[in-house]
Design a protein around this ligand. Structure first.
Ligand code: SAM
Length: 272
């Protein structure tokens, strides 16, 4: 196995890995940064190996990391052995993980998403905050959602913040990105009901019918759902609130709704 030892911050591969914090760096390379051995092993279990790995000398001396790195190198992953200072510079944090990787970005198409009568699809319209997006991917993974669809919005699911917040679930969830009109045509053709979440929704969030596949439509953090998208929904629902808060955080509202659909389906396929 070939491992390149690099300790210069000026090395082009190190500069490229650091550049993955920026949209331009991710667009130029088509890669994104993932951190930690746990995430790397979880990705490998899903058949996703990085193109680059940077690992500290100390990390390489530990059994678990050494085994993973050997398996990665055997698959042609470019492995860099380096020091904690370089890893901290790549991760832009003081106590970096001992293993950092760069994976190829890939999204699913809508047709990869199952749409049977038990389907649950989470749709995020104009989501803005990468922390919310990552948290929602993690929740989608936990409830076994069939897919997550991004309709518009500036948020990059491959940003370091979104990947961190997803805690590895980015690899596990079928994630698609399309315009709202294309999503709406697809979900109609597939027989999914569209349930919009709205502070002025007439119905309570736990009462809409779930005897067919459900797409839950979540609105933007500031503006909520646009009138046009609210009009496209079969149901508009609201999570009851009391007290002074005028709304819930987007990721919290998504979790409440997604878990409630799963509860109403008797936590189907939950491990014992
Ligand atoms: N000012 C925005 C508005 O008027 O809609 C608040 C948006 S809220 C922070 C972001 C998203 O979370 C909403 O568009 C909706 O999808 C969901 N949400 C938050 N609280 C909710 C509630 N009580 N019922 C239903 N959806 C909610």
């Amino acid at each position: 196995m070939t491992i390149q030892k690099i300790t210069s911050p000026a090395n082009p591969a190190i500069k490229m890995l650091k550049g993955l914090h920026l949209k331009k760096g991710r667009a130029d390379t088509g890669l994104f940064l993932g951190e930690g051995l746990r995430l790397a092993i979880a990705a490998a279990e899903l058949g996703r190996w990085p193109e680059w790995l940077a690992v500290s000398t100390g990390g390489l001396e530990r059994g678990g990391a050494a085994k993973y790195v050997a398996a990665a190198a055997a698959r042609g992953v470019k492995v860099i052995e380096t020091n904690d200072a370089i890893l901290a510079a790549i991760a832009k944090r003081e106590n970096p993980q001992t293993v950092l990787g760069a994976w190829r970005q890939s999204l699913h198409s809508l047709d990869d998403i199952p749409t049977g009568p038990q389907a649950l699809v989470l749709v995020l319209d104009q989501v803005r905050d990468p922390g919310n997006l990552g948290t929602i991917l993690r929740t989608a993974d936990a409830v076994g959602a069939d897919g997550v669809v991004l309709t518009g919005g500036p948020c990059d699911p491959f940003s370091v913040e979104a990947v961190r917040a997803s805690m590895g679930s980015l690899f596990a969830v079928r994630l698609a990105r399309v315009e709202f009109a294309a999503f709406n045509a697809w979900r109609r053709a597939r027989g999914l009901i569209l349930v919009g979440t709205h502070l002025e929704g007439a119905a309570r969030h736990d009462l809409f019918p779930i005897d067919q596949g459900v797409a839950l439509l979540m609105g933007n953090e500031q503006a909520g759902l646009s009138a046009q998208e609210a009009d496209a929904c079969d149901h508009l629902v609201r999570i009851p609130m009391r007290g002074n808060a005028d709304s819930l955080n987007l990721a919290v509202a998504t979790a409440v709704l997604a878990y409630d659909v799963w509860r109403r389906r008797d936590f189907r396929d939950a491990p014992p």
